[in-house]
Write a protein that binds this ligand. Structure first.
Ligand SMILES: C[S@@+](CC[C@H](N)C(=O)[O-])C[C@H]1O[C@@H](n2cnc3c(N)ncnc32)[C@H](O)[C@@H]1O
Length: 404
């Protein structure tokens, strides 16, 4: 019951107060043991991944509009009935007991609605966005930009629990041999020469080489953006703008050991973790600088290569962060796109004329992709990867030298 109560409170934080899932679960799951936290994660992320069909499911049986607490309880109750192996009577009684702790009056209503859910099949008729488990505006935007078939393929991938994706800094074949010898199901990723995929839920700290910094956790589509940065001259300066928590910084550091990497991060609270990660991963050629990417502390035409991994709406990584569906709306995407354009313009200012540059975002909205680059005055070789089982959705673009 305590786990369901924490799930109701976490979901209210995310869906009503627009807080991030990780922060909400940290707050309400603090008194739970490891097993309880695992169940809390499953309930909260499961509901966020399947929100639209769950809502359509229980709403059929509501005669009045549930208040926020009852709504969260109905979501987790319906999720357990449809997707978990919890016996129906336990799902009902535990969820009702949890909601009664915060709102005793809602118990009878939640009980009655969940009972009816348990007695019926899921609804056959769902709107396209409900079937895709996407907000209407994302569904419509992607359908118009990429076609209905592509949205269906993306949405199926976004409903899944992602595998663990690593970038290895050591010999991949040898490492894979060692890990598979331990009975762990690991395979090489296809998008980069250092990518490895492991089953969802694998504890990275138990893998060989963790202590020695032999790998970092980073999706292989994001790795491909780093690999797209062309080699720079020895002793060159590479700027990594928007660097924390440092997955791409670490890759840059290992890929270009003779360069100096300047890792620029605005948010002071994210810098300790960035430093810790870089230290653990043995990145001795990185200098971390707290600065605003909109006002870089560097002269014009001074850097040899640059990676701009801009803040974005995270639409490509909804399977990892399903809360992002509820944290951004169309207006927020426009605001982010305006920021991305300004970061791009400042990046271009500090680049040497013939320098290499990659623009990257973990969103696939055209507004944050090609539309950001359209007025940059440069030509770009663009790559949009749609989310699938083996990788996140991601966009990166390499500046073409002859367009610079
Ligand atoms: C997409 S994340 C970067 C992920 C990172 N590159 C990695 O691979 O681990 C975006 C980061 O940009 C930072 N950021 C946002 N606005 C910024 C700005 N104006 N200047 C520099 N960093 C900024 C955020 O604090 C956040 O850490």
């Amino acid at each position: 019951m305590q786990v369901r109560k924490a799930a109701i409170e976490s979901l209210a934080d995310i869906l009503v107060r627009q807080r991030k899932a990780e922060q909400a679960m940290e707050r309400y799951g603090v008194r739970l043991d490891a097993r309880g936290r695992g169940l809390l994660h499953e309930l909260v992320y499961g509901v966020l991944r399947r929100f639209y069909s769950l809502e359509a499911d229980y709403s059929r049986f509501c005669r009045s509009k549930p208040d926020d607490t009852a709504r969260m309880a109905l979501l987790i109750g319906t999720y357990q009935l449809r997707y978990m192996r919890v016996p129906a009577h336990a799902a009902l009684s535990e969820t009702v007991a949890a909601v009664m702790q915060s709102n005793p009056k809602a118990g009878g209503f939640v009980n009655a609605v969940l009972r009816r859910v348990s007695e019926h099949e899921p609804p056959q008729k769902l709107k396209p966005n409900q079937r895709a488990e996407l907000p209407r505006w994302i569904y419509a935007g992607w359908r118009d930009a990429f076609g209905a078939e592509q949205v269906t393929a993306c949405s199926e991938a976004l409903k899944t629990v992602p595998q663990l994706s690593l970038a290895l800094f050591t010999d991949r074949d040898k490492w894979l041999e060692q890990v598979t010898g331990m009975g762990i199901d690991a395979v090489a990723g296809e998008l980069t020469p250092c990518a490895v995929l492991l089953p969802a839920g694998t504890d990275v700290t138990t893998l060989p080489g963790y202590e020695e910094g032999a790998f970092t956790v980073i999706d292989q589509a994001a790795q491909a953006a780093v690999m797209a940065l062309e080699p720079v001259c020895r002793n060159g300066v590479i700027l990594d703008i928007c660097a924390a928590p440092g997955g791409k910084t670490a890759m840059l550091s290992h890929r270009f050991p003779e360069a100096t990497i300047l890792a620029i991060e605005l948010n002071a609270r994210r810098i300790p973790r960035l430093n810790e990660n870089l230290q653990r991963l043995g990145c001795s050629n990185v200098q971390v600088i707290q600065a605003d990417g909109l006002n870089l502390p560097l002269p014009s035409l001074s850097v040899d290569a640059l990676l701009l991994d801009a803040p974005c709406s995270a639409s490509g990584i909804l399977r990892r962060h399903p809360d992002a569906k509820f944290l951004h709306d169309e207006q927020a995407v426009e605001t982010l796109a305006a920021l991305q354009r300004r970061l791009l313009s400042e990046s271009l200012r500090v680049l040497k004329p013939d320098a290499a540059m990659v623009y990257a975002v973990c969103s696939i909205h055209p507004q944050e992709n090609e539309q950001v680059l359209a007025e940059s005055g440069a030509l770009w070789d663009m790559q949009r990867r749609f989310p699938d089982i083996a990788c996140d959705g991601f966009f990166h673009a390499v500046r073409c030298r002859d367009g610079a």
